[in-house]
Design a protein around this ligand. Sequence first.
Ligand code: CTP
Length: 446
Amino acid sequence: MKKVITYGTFDMLHFGHINILKRAKALGDYLIVGVTSDLYDLERGKLNVKNSLSERIEAVRATGLADEIIIEEYDGQKILDIKKYNIDIFAIGSDWIGMFDYIKEYCEVVYLERTRGISSTQLRIKDNKCVRIGIIGCGRIAKRFVSESKYVSGINIEGVFNPNIKSAEAFKKEYELNFATDNIKDFFEKIDAVYIASPHATHYDYIIKSLNAGKHTLCEKPLVLTEQEAIDVYKLARENDLVLMEALKTAYCPGFEHLIVLAKCGKIGDIKDVEASFTKLVTGNVRELKKSMNGGSINELSTYVFLPILKLLGMNYEKVEFFSFMQNGIDLFTKGIFKYNNATASFKVGLGVKTEGSLVISGTKGYIYVPAPWWKTEYFEIRYENPNNTDKYFYKFKGDGLRYELVSFINSIYYNKKDKLSLSEEESIEFAKLIELYHINMSKSI
Ligand code: CTP
């Protein structure tokens, strides 16, 4: 009996898929189809797959062409599958020509002609139409955002707004966008959604303008600098039925999301303490070090460390205290302590002091250790009293990681549902409240 194997995501199953399954089946007597797992797709950069793994498996099963369906979960699995299932032929579409020649050592490799004019990507876009995004602000993060957006299907970065038209023009030219403008009304007319990457103090105003213009809005952290402003903007988003999201990349990356789920499901017992640090030494004439630009460690970095604390211990803390090393009116380093009814948490953030950037979550049965840079979660360990019981977890954090927040933003728009698991409105409002509290406390102590 001749056994054939083929692999794919098979999202939104289409006739291109059916054709390839038919052709693959015709090569032998028994066809095994490997369907990629959700996590594997995320890891290899296929970010906005629409159907879940079980839906995709069901769709392949319903074609009646597969004699057996398996799940593809990691790089390198194909060779192991070929051995395990005694495969004679590995078949794949012609879009992969040459890429699987390394398998020829183990079995015959056949590249089958791909059906023209159809793909899951096209269907995903057609179903929902491409979201045209405009950027406000042209700083470092905006540049990274444009580069990262290439990995997300269903969107196009159309143009940029900046009150300084020269900066806008230069940005447009560098990233080959369709337009640059210093006229906010024109800007809103050409787009469906906005990414705000302007100086912190301008966020509130731009968010209000964007929501009033009927645009879904993704805004860099810190979203705003006071609790009331945060309450206002989320209320406005709800009233206008628009998506408003704080762009805190860690919250949306697969490794961090899994870490939170594992910690919450009792793997380390009851959580009693969270310690999170994020320091980044910066020098020179930069925004981060300027009081006039709302610089300082808390404004720049605190949302990262508040994220695991609030996600794991909640927002009902009894007390929070801050201790800072100040220079030229900004905090170059801040240490903070939270007291909860039944737990504690502490954090360190710094722009002028360097420390170990790890995250440690302590529980009654064990603890989770995430080494620096934990905010780009790629690896962590769950450790117990007996070191032999340590569990190790590995993930991919691709590029600058902004692609994950962008996928969440686009999916929220497409499917009209909020990504509460990653970052809720309440958590985002609490970030603003804590930042405001910090500034009130510090101004009192001076
Ligand atoms: N395939 C094909 N003809 C198409 C689309 C896909 O022959 N028009 C083949 C691919 O070459 C692959 C298999 O179907 O062997 C599964 O591909 P998959 O990546 O799931 O499908 P795409 O439609 O290409 O998905 P995407 O747009 O997400 O890349």
